[in-house]
Ligand binder design. Structure first.
Ligand SMILES: [Zn+2]
Length: 235
C-alpha cells in the first residue's frame, strides 16, 4: 500500500474518532440537570416558601386573635360581674373592650384574606409539583437514552483507537509528523481525496503533473493550494 493510502486510512479512522469524541463531549454536557428541570425545581421551591410564609402568618393571626378574645372575656368579667362599681372605671373598660372588638374584626378580615391566599398558593404548589414531575420524567427518559449512547460511543472510541494505533504503526515517522501537523492546521483533515481532478479539501483543480503523481501512488503529493496530502482511493 502506498504511503498516501495508509495516511488516507489513518485519516478515515481519525475523522470517525473526532466525530465520536465531539458527540461524547456534547452528551457529557447534557448529562447534568437541564435548564427546564432547574426552572421547574425553583418554581416548586418558590411556591413552597410562599405557602410556608402564609401558614406562619395564619398562625400569628390565630395567636393574636386568641389573645384579644381572652382580653375581651376578661373585660366582660370586670364589666358584668358587679365587682367593679365605679362608673368612670367601668366606662374605661367598656371603651377598651370596644377598641379590642374593632381590632378583632380587623384581624379576622386579614385572616380571611390569608386563608384565600393559602387556597390559591396550595393550588399553585400542586400545579408546580405536577409540572416538575413531568419535566423529571422527560429528563430521566432522555438521560437513559443519552447514557446508552454514551456507553456505545466509549466502546466505539476504544475500538477506533486500537485501529488507529495499528495503522499509525505502519506509517513512516516523518509522514506521520506531516500528517499530525496538517491535522492541527487544516481542521482535522490532513488528507484530501482527488475528485474530478480537484482537491476535495480546497476544491482547486490540480496541475496535470500533480494529478499523474497522485495517480501513480509514488511518494506524497501535497495540494499546491491547501497543502493537504492528496490521494486517489482505490475502487
Ligand atoms: Zn487543496
Amino acid at each position: 500500500m502506498s504511503r498516501a493510502l495508509i495516511l488516507y486510512q489513518l485519516q478515515q479512522v481519525d475523522s470517525q474518532l473526532d466525530e465520536a469524541r465531539a458527540r461524547l463531549a456534547e452528551i457529557e454536557a447534557s448529562l447534568t440537570e437541564s435548564p427546564s428541570l432547574r426552572q421547574a425545581r425553583a418554581e416548586v421551591a418558590g411556591r413552597e416558601k410562599q405557602l410556608r410564609d402564609l401558614q406562619r402568618r395564619q398562625r400569628d393571626l390565630e395567636d393574636t386573635i386568641e389573645d384579644i378574645v381572652a382580653k375581651i372575656k376578661e373585660l366582660d368579667d370586670k364589666l358584668y360581674s358587679g365587682k367593679v362599681t365605679n362608673p368612670k372605671e367601668l366606662d374605661g373598660y367598656y371603651q377598651e373592650q370596644l377598641q379590642l372588638k374593632a381590632r378583632q374584626r380587623q384581624l379576622e378580615d386579614q385572616m380571611l384574606e390569608v386563608m384565600l391566599a393559602l387556597e390559591t398558593a396550595t393550588a399553585q404548589l400542586t400545579e408546580a409539583r405536577k409540572r416538575l414531575a413531568e419535566v423529571e420524567a422527560d429528563w430521566a427518559r432522555d438521560q437513559d437514552r443519552l447514557r446508552e449512547e454514551h456507553q456505545r460511543l466509549l466502546e466505539q472510541v476504544e475500538a477506533l483507537s486500537g485501529e488507529r494505533a495499528r495503522i499509525a504503526a505502519r506509517v513512516d515517522r516523518l509522514d506521520l509528523a506531516v500528517y499530525e501537523q496538517l491535522r492541527q492546521t487544516r481542521g482535522g483533515r490532513a488528507v484530501a481525496v482527488v475528485e474530478r481532478g480537484a482537491c476535495s479539501g480546497c476544491r482547486v483543480v490540480l496541475p496535470v503533473t500533480d494529478f499523474q503523481k497522485v495517480k501513480s501512488g509514488q511518494g506524497l503529493v501535497r495540494c499546491g493550494t491547501c497543502g493537504r496530502i492528496l490521494v486517489i482511493p482505490p475502487g
